[in-house]
Design a protein around this ligand. Structure first.
Ligand code: S3P
Length: 167
């Protein structure tokens, strides 16, 4: 069964939709951020703080490499996986790539004010985070399919994605 790779900005719902999608489609769920945390033995904010973003990106590329060749998976990626051009052949090799799209307004509300995402800390209001989203959006659009998630709950999005990726 073809694996499904979910991409999208922070707050797009990749993890929640991914686990729901795995359940309804009989696939195995894998969250790359969780794998990175396990490998590093520390949280994502700690990785950024102690070793910097580029080290985190190296771990992200390695975790992506580790899911290649596996069938029947749903892989939730981190929002920045699209940044490195060398990750694209890996994403394509890992499965069918689905962009979970949402408007900036919707993402901002879903991101909220937590501290778990180093790149979503609002030092200056939201302008830097929004700029990051606008810069990345054309990258996400290189996915095989785009699913607009505005106004939909995780289950509805999961059903829409499952329909795009029959066994
Ligand atoms: C990041 C998104 C995060 C996580 C890390 C970096 C990004 O994942 O990988 O904080 O660069 O957008 P989520 O998209 O699951 O929040």
């Amino acid at each position: 069964m073809v694996s499904i790779v979910l991409v999208g900005f922070m707050g797009a719902g990749k993890t929640t939709v991914g686990s729901e999608l795995a359940a309804i489609s009989g696939r195995t769920f894998c969250d790359l951020d969780t794998e990175i945390v396990k490998t590093a033995g520390m949280s994502i904010p700690q990785i950024f703080e102690n070793f910097g973003e580029s080290y985190f990106r190296d771990l992200e590329t390695s975790s992506l490499q580790s899911v290649i060749g596996r069938q029947g998976f749903v892989v939730a990626t981190g929002g920045g996986v699209v940044e490195r051009p060398e990750n694209w052949p890996l994403l394509r090799a890992a499965g069918r790539i689905i962009y979970l799209q949402a408007t900036w307004e919707c993402l901002r509300q879903r991101i909220g004010c937590g501290t778990a995402r180093p790149l979503a800390r609002q030092q200056d209001g939201w302008s830097q985070v929004k700029a990051l989203f606008l810069r990345r959006e054309p990258l996400y659009l290189q996915a095989d399919f785009v699913v607009n998630t505005d106004g939909m709950d995780a289950r509805q999005v999961a059903v829409a994605v499952a329909e795009l990726c029959p066994k």
